[in-house]
Design a protein around this ligand. Sequence first.
Ligand code: AMP
Length: 249
Amino acid sequence: MKIIVPVKRVVDYNVKVRVKADSSGIDTAGVKMSMNPFDEIAIEEAVRLKEKGIASEIIAVSMGVAQCAETIRTALAMGADRGILIESDADLQPLAVAKMLKVLVEQENPQLVILGKQAIDDDMSATGQMLAALLGWSQGTFASKLNIEGDGLTVTREVDGGLETVSLRLPSIVTTDLRLNEPRYASLPNIMKARKKPIANMKPGDLGVDVTPRLTVIKVEEPPKRKAGQKVGSVAELVSKLRTEAKVI
Ligand code: AMP
């Protein structure tokens, strides 16, 4: 079984982001970029399926600026077999990404596409669902467990108030939640091996997709600053303050 894993290059989750002075977005100049953490989980899951003999080939796809090739290299070092970079300086929104993935799926014929449940930069949580809709494929989103059984799979989903298990027929779209697995670190020998793995380079036009943004960002603002806390001298003072000053927000 062939698996496609889309991996997005995002601001590293440890970075405290700064809003640009003109409120048009986040300042990414000189900021550390990494693979979206949910996509690391997606690669890990695909590699485990390969180690079990279920997957035969894993293709890591990244769309965006030329440096997305580094994100693909990380995926290759973790165990993906080859990469596809769709290079574009445009603001690639979920619908455009999903449309390009659809064309790649039609070209590559995978049985499974494993995406992150959301990208931590825009928090859209939309690309996997849009891809499933465009392809007319089954989908198991927010997966915390995945089991391939014959021509189907079961996906345990993290939903409000518990876990839901759905049974799907392949081909399918799966999106990963945090508890699905713990991604491995790439070993030095695997980082070296990854340098030799192929990365195909394309442009959105090669896939015949118009990536013009459909959404306009009006303004990006910092969240309001938290007010300093207060220290109280006794339980009685705390209770009194709770009675007279505390408000339900
Ligand atoms: P989103 O819908 O933007 O929250 O992203 C959900 C998932 O779609 C991500 O975790 C990735 O697996 C995939 N994805 C979104 N944008 C891109 C991109 N530019 N390149 C590769 N994969 C992407």
